[in-house]
Write a protein that binds this ligand. Structure first.
Ligand code: AMP
Length: 451
């Protein structure tokens, strides 16, 4: 199927061609005809599948017809969980809409109100917003939603996870009931199903399998780690590899992202953190630095990195495994994009065994375990192994309360490019843990990242 066969306006088709897209992705092929036919649609699709165009293109098509309703409020409203994702949706709308030139803008938390009020002072076609800031505008009376024709909830599950349920309900209650509603989500269960039931009319369901095919170009690897120090040593070793051109390293918390990026920088691997405590300006600046090649390493939390679209990420490193299996798929989707290959490396200590099992159930396969000479774990996570597999439990290796208080040391991280010495687990003689790993470490405890 071609984009022309989907029945899109020529102005949209030429913008798509200018973007270099030749054929619709499966989510686009399935959702665009349904949306154009006026149906409510709920789709499970991960980032990286082309889901943004799947709703932006039919939304633009809707704008090719004039609104008959008076007022200044948006005709299309997209709600997104994070500022980054919202920014990317807006960028897509501008790109795909260049032939239509919709009047559009974002309403994002952490950004000045002045520009947003200016945007809302004249009739607007598309608004992309984070729920909290939109509710602020509703309460100030600076926006009305009575002209709304289409409401899109992007990453609806994530918005609910982040506690936006009440805000979403408030927003929906201000929109006309005859609006068209689209929902994109990683899961259709639980709260998402309830939300859909409350706000959608006989929605058509599109369920794209969490496909390993969409990640066919990503090589996934697992390194079992003994403890925090071991993770840090492995990380220092990996980031020194010549094949690592750009990497996103995922940590469990904002604080860890800060501390780990500082530690990497101290160790000679310039890195920056990306998390939700940073101002929007600081986040944009960091992403830009990465895009322009100023830094190779970004240490991020899940929420901040959602939807992050930086090309040329050679590696994703899960320093901490995500608690939710869907996040694993989102994370590794930062690499292996646009036809290039990527490597996704996960560290897992004994305390993360449950998360590992969850992820493997979700993706339907076992992550192949590798070991690097000189960095072999002394524990195992796989049964039956006959070893205890427990983490060493003792005091912190760094400053009190800090996981990264002290630079990782002990081994020459530059000694062997890891890609050459990496080998399947079990194929190497196990060496005694070096002195640096016999140091006491904090027992690992993963927490839900709050960006
Ligand atoms: P998304 O899942 O919306 O984040 O999109 C992932 C990436 O795929 C983005 O970089 C898009 O620019 C790109 N993309 C979207 N649709 C297509 C398409 N039909 N052909 C090629 N690339 C696409």
């Amino acid at each position: 199927m071609t984009f022309a066969e989907l029945g899109l306006n020529p102005a949209i088709l030429s913008a798509i061609t200018a973007c270099g897209y030749t054929i619709p992705t499966p989510i686009q092929e399935q959702s665009i005809p349904l949306v154009l036919a006026g149906h409510d649609v709920i789709a499970t699709a991960q980032t990286g599948t082309g889901k943004t165009a799947a709703f932006v293109l039919p939304a633009l098509e809707l704008l090719t017809k004039k609104s008959t309703l008076p007022g200044k409020g948006p005709r299309i409203l997209v709600l997104a969980p994070t500022r980054e994702l919202a920014g990317q949706v807006m960028e897509s709308a501008r790109n795909y809409g260049r032939g239509i030139r919709p009047r559009c803008g974002t309403l994002l938390g952490g950004m000045p109100y002045r520009e947003q009020l200016r945007l809302l002072s004249a009739p607007v076609d598309i608004i992309v917003a984070t729920p909290g800031r939109l509710v602020d505008h509703i309460e100030r009376g600076s926006i009305r939603l009575d002209r709304l024709e289409m409401l899109v909830l992007d990453e609806a599950d994530r918005m609910l996870d982040m506690g936006f349920s009440e805000d979403i309900n408030k927003i929906v209650s201000r929109t006309p009931s005859e609006r068209q509603t689209l929902m994109f989500t990683a899961t259709m269960e639980g709260d998402v199903a309830r939300l859909a039931e409350n706000m959608m009319r006989e929605p058509k369901r599109i369920q794209l399998a969490v496909s390993t095919t969409s990640h066919a170009l990503i090589e996934q690897r697992l390194h079992v780690t003994d403890n925090l120090n071991h993770k840090k040593e492995l990380l220092n070793h990996l980031v020194s590899g010549a094949d690592l051109t750009r990497a996103i390293i995922f940590s469990a918390t904002k604080r860890d992202a800060d501390e780990l990026s500082r530690e990497l920088s101290r160790n000679g691997f310039p890195a920056a953190a990306l998390h939700g405590d940073m101002t929007q300006m600081a986040r944009n600046k960091t992403i830009d630095r990465m895009r322009r090649g100023g830094i190779r390493l970004l240490v991020a939390t899940d929420v901040a990195a959602r939807g992050l679209d930086v090309t040329g990420i050679s590696h994703v490193i899960n320093f901490d495994l995500p608690r939710f299996a869907e996040d694993y798929v989102h994370r590794i989707g930062r690499t292996g994009r646009a036809g290039s290959t990527g490597i996704a490396i996960s560290f897992a200590s004994a305390g993360e065994r449950n998360y590992l099992e969850r992820i493997e159930r979700f993706i339907g396969k076992k992550l192949p375990e590798l070991q690097i000479a000189g960095f072999e774990p002394t524990t195992t996570l796989r049964k039956p192994a006959g070893r205890s597999g427990g983490p060493r439990k003792s005091g912190p290796g760094g400053a009190p309360g800090s996981r990264f208080g002290k630079p990782a040391g002990g081994r020459d991280a530059q000694a062997k490019p890891w890609s050459k010495s990496a080998k399947p687990a079990g194929s190497a003689p196990r060496s005694a843990p070096p002195a640096s790993r016999r140091e006491p470490v904090i027992e690992y405890r993963s927490r839900r990242p709050q960006a």
